[in-house]
Design a protein. Structure first.
Ligand code: FES
Length: 162
């Protein structure tokens, strides 16, 4: 008989352990959500009611926080995450055109993960490089003054360009 727990059971156990570790902190919700996403790569839908019950919040409150902050995901990201800043300074320096170019270059709509799971494309709102706009973050690395040619080079280096 196979006694290996299913991935879903493992995830549920990990979520419960993280809830237990955070539930008694004041302002536990955000640190707990960060911990769950760090552990699982996203906030699975079934984590929301568990977290709500543990913190004595409504599901709507927890869901509202997950959906309000762009950082939190309900689905796992692709193997690479490309974030194009669309905040004011970057917008003034061509961020909208850069995001459109990224969609075409990666074959992936904004706010989505490409079908092969290779890349997720996300707009973000300020990466802290406003003086060197437009800015892009790819995985954990920031890139300043990103031109279309530079974005293409970066995507090709990661083999995520279409
Ligand atoms: S506005 Fe884009 S990095 Fe700040």
């Amino acid at each position: 008989m196979n006694t290996t727990p299913s991935p879903e059971k493992n995830d549920a156990a990990r979520i419960d352990a993280l809830i237990e570790a955070h539930r008694h902190r004041s302002g536990a919700l955000l640190p707990l959500l960060h911990a769950v996403q760090d552990a699982l790569g996203c906030i699975p839908a079934d984590a929301v009611p568990r977290i709500a019950t543990a913190l004595n919040l409504s599901r709507a409150e927890v869901h509202g926080v997950v959906s309000y902050y762009h950082h939190f995901r309900s689905e796992p990201a692709g193997r690479h995450v490309v974030q194009v800043c669309r905040a004011e300074a970057c917008q003034a320096c061509g961020a909208d055109e850069l995001l459109a170019q990224a969609e075409a270059l990666l074959g992936c709509k904004s706010h989505s993960t490409r079908g092969d799971g290779a890349v997720t494309l996300e707009p973000v709102y300020c990466l802290g490089l406003c003086a060197s706009s437009p800015a892009v973050q790819i995985d954990e690395k920031l890139h300043a003054r990103v031109t279309p040619a530079k974005l293409q080079r970066l995507a090709q280096a990661l083999e995520i360009a279409r």
